[in-house]
Design a protein around this ligand. Structure first.
Ligand SMILES: [Zn+2]
Length: 367
């Protein structure tokens, strides 16, 4: 870990963490199809334990991290089609849990992402708004609503602070947890998977769902920077000393979009003494960056994804700030009459909000 750095304020945390853990492996998404995978007929699924047979096929591309997080080509040769379709269902919960933030962070998945809130009152998508008039606007991110009095947009004209609030589609937290757990287990070396028999039971059966809530705590760092990670990166950390039982043996961190989600992998065979304690003590890895990037402002919040019932009607907000210059220097363009006039920004009564790159050009046709 010599070429990485941590944001200001995380130095002590980093020292402590790396005293206990080593980076075991990092997993980045390649730009093109992978080669060197095992032939399908000699594959064994690490999740259900079945080897290739007429009943266990490996026809589908098994993405190590979900395609919906921007992973196109990082695939494994140890996930059978049946397990793959189980995990696809959990991925739907993950997509709903992330809500519009996927569009906001412009994740490059298989399809063009479009977010529609459950009551269909808000849509978010990448578009060039060509339905308004060709050639005026570059591609950008559109938040569009049907009813301008629905309070989706709130805006403080004095400070420029703006908020888009919408309802997330329903999701089951335990399934979101399980898709992270599946990613973590996918990063374990083949020969080490034998340490996770009980973990696999948690992942593969529903019977234990109600009893593992306390283990489903995750640490989330949010970076306040535009862009983030277009494709996910996974870091697997392993405790240096296998005979000390202070912290769990494995910690997994996934960097994607503007987030870093972390978990300890529960029920590793080395950790069993920890499970006699009332709560598992854990320490999250610090956010790490390569020295080339400008280190962003980061906030931390823990979440628990142990709930087994469906979460319905959860609100989520996207916050942004309009600068003083933008507040006072507004030009209104009417595509019907092709005229412009000086105006005031009134986001609360806007039909939609369209974000474009600050360096992009808007071509307003001459009257
Ligand atoms: Zn399987």
């Amino acid at each position: 870990m010599s070429t990485v750095c941590v944001p200001p304020g995380f130095e002590e945390h980093a020292k402590l963490f790396f005293r206990i853990y080593d980076l075991e492996s990092s997993h980045t998404c390649p730009e093109m199809k992978m080669t060197g995978l095992k032939p399908k007929t000699s594959r064994r699924c690490r999740f259900c334990g079945n080897s290739y047979s007429p009943n266990t096929k490996f026809r589908k591309d098994a993405h190590l991290f979900p395609n919906l997080l921007g992973n196109r080509y990082l695939v494994s040769d140890f996930e059978c089609d049946r397990c793959n379709s189980t995990f696809s269902k959990y991925e739907n919960d993950l997509a709903n849990f992330l809500g519009a933030s996927r569009v906001l962070n412009d994740v490059k998945g298989k399809e063009k992402i479009k977010f529609v809130s459950p009551e269909k009152s808000l849509r978010a998508e990448k578009t060039n708004l060509s339905n308004i008039q060709e050639g005026i606007l570059p591609e950008g991110l559109l938040f569009d609503r049907d009813n301008i009095s629905d309070q989706t947009f709130t805006f403080d004209k004095n400070t420029g602070q703006a908020k888009i609030t919408y309802t997330k589609p329903s999701y089951r937290p335990i399934n979101v947890y399980k898709i992270f757990l599946k990613m973590a287990l996918s990063c374990i070396k083949e020969e080490d998977t034998k340490y996770f028999k009980r973990t696999l039971e948690i992942l593969m059966t529903k019977e234990l769902d109600g009893s593992i809530e306390s283990l489903c705590t995750m640490g989330v760092y949010t970076q306040h920077i535009a862009g983030g990670y277009p494709a996910p990166i996974g870091f697997l950390y392993r405790r240096k000393d296998t005979t000390s039982f202070i912290y769990p043996a494995y910690v997994f961190a996934l960097y994607f979009q503007n987030y870093i989600y972390q978990m300890f992998i529960p029920y590793c065979i080395f950790d069993l003494p920890l499970y006699f304690k009332s709560a598992i003590p854990y320490i999250w890895s610090p956010p790490v960056f390569s020295t080339e990037v400008e280190i962003p402002k980061i906030t931390y919040s823990p979440i628990n994804l142990g709930r087994t019932d469906m979460v319905k009607g959860e609100k989520h907000s996207v916050n942004f700030k309009v600068s003083q210059d933008e507040l006072t220097n507004i030009v209104r363009y009417d595509p019907a009459t092709k005229t412009t006039e000086a105006s005031q920004l009134d986001l609360e009564n806007a039909k939609g909000i369209f974000f474009i790159d600050e360096n992009a050009r808007i071509n307003i046709p001459k009257e």
